[in-house]
Design a protein. Structure first.
Length: 261
C-alpha cells in the first residue's frame, strides 16, 4: 500500500513541494540530484517501511516545486532549513544524492545541531560538473516514446520527471535552470565537508563518472568515516536498490534521537 502524501510550503513567495511516504518510524529527509525529484526515493521508502519515515523534497526548480530566480549554494541550503522548520523538526537524519548530497553536507556543516546522521551518495568535496548532458536535452517531443528514444540509456533514470504539456512531452525541470544549478554546484567544497561533525556514510558507485575512487577514499580518510562502494553507476540507489537500502538501514540503526513531527 502506498501511503505517500504530497505537501507544500512557501519560501520567499515560492512554493516548494515534497512527498511524505508515511510510516511510524523516525524521519529521514531525502534530497535528490539534478534531473530528478522526490519521487525517485519511493523504492527506498518502501524498503525502509516502518523503520524510517522518508520525506523527500522536490528541490527548487524540480518536480512540483516552483522555478527559482537563482540556484546558488546558500539558496539550496536555506530551502532545507525552511523545510525542516515547516515540518516542525528540530533535528533529522539526512540523505542526499549528487546535488542533494552537497546540499545535505553543506546543511550539516552549517547547522550541526540539526543533523543526527548524514548519508552522501556519489558526490565529491570538489565538483566539476559536465554540462553536456543538460545542454543537449530535448526541449519538447511529440510522444512519450519519442522522449524515451531521444534519451536512450538515460531514460530509466529520468522517467519519473516526464510530463506531458500542451506543446508535447518534456520534464518537470527546466534544462536551462539545470545548467545554472550545475554551474553553481561546481567548485571546491572541502571546507564544508571537513566541518561536518555528525556520523556520516559515503556511498559510491564503482562505475560512477562523477565521483572517482581516489577522491572518495580521500574524503573518507580525512574525516575517518565509512565509505561503501557498490557495483553501480552514479545513481546508486537506482542501480542497486536493495543493497543501497540495506547500507542505509545498517548505518542508521544506532540513530535513535530523531524528533518526529
Amino acid at each position: 500500500m502506498d501511503d505517500r502524501v504530497r505537501g507544500s510550503f512557501e519560501v520567499n513567495g515560492r512554493r516548494l513541494s515534497y512527498l511524505d511516504f508515511g510510516g511510524p518510524g523516525p524521519v529521514l529527509i531525502a534530497l535528490h540530484g539534478h534531473f530528478s525529484e522526490g519521487a525517485d526515493f519511493a523504492p527506498l521508502a518502501e524498503r525502509l517501511d516502518f523503520q524510517w519515515r522518508v520525506i523527500a523534497l522536490d528541490q527548487r526548480g524540480h518536480g512540483e516545486s516552483d522555478q527559482a530566480a537563482d540556484y546558488e549554494r546558500s539558496s539550496y541550503v536555506g530551502d532545507v532549513t525552511a523545510f525542516l522548520d515547516h515540518l516542525g523538526l528540530a533535528e533529522v537524519a539526512l540523505l542526499g544524492h549528487s546535488l542533494g548530497g552537497v546540499n545535505a553536507y553543506q546543511f550539516a556543516a552549517r547547522h550541526p545541531d540539526r543533523v543526527t546522521a548524514l548519508i552522501v551518495e556519489d558526490i565529491g568535496a570538489v565538483c566539476d560538473i559536465d554540462l553536456t548532458f543538460a545542454k543537449n536535452l530535448p526541449d519538447r517531443v511529440a510522444t512519450r516514446d519519442g522522449l524515451v528514444g531521444a534519451l536512450g540509456t538515460a531514460a530509466p533514470y529520468l522517467e519519473m520527471t516526464f510530463r506531458e504539456r500542451a506543446e508535447g512531452w518534456g520534464f518537470s525541470f527546466d534544462a536551462a535552470d539545470t545548467v545554472r544549478s550545475q554551474q553553481a554546484l561546481s567548485g571546491d567544497h572541502w571546507h564544508d565537508w571537513l566541518s561536518v561533525r555528525c556520523p556520516t556514510l559515503l556511498i559510491r558507485g564503482m562505475r560512477s563518472d562523477e565521483l572517482s575512487a581516489p577522491h572518495a577514499r580521500d574524503m573518507a580518510a580525512k574525516r575517518s568515516i565509512r565509505l561503501i562502494e557498490l557495483p553501480a553507476g552514479h545513481v546508486v540507489h537506482h542501480d542497486q536498490p536493495d543493497a543501497f537500502a540495506e547500507c542505509v538501514r545498517r548505518f542508521l540503526a544506532p540513530v535513535d534521537s530523531i524528533t518526529t513531527p
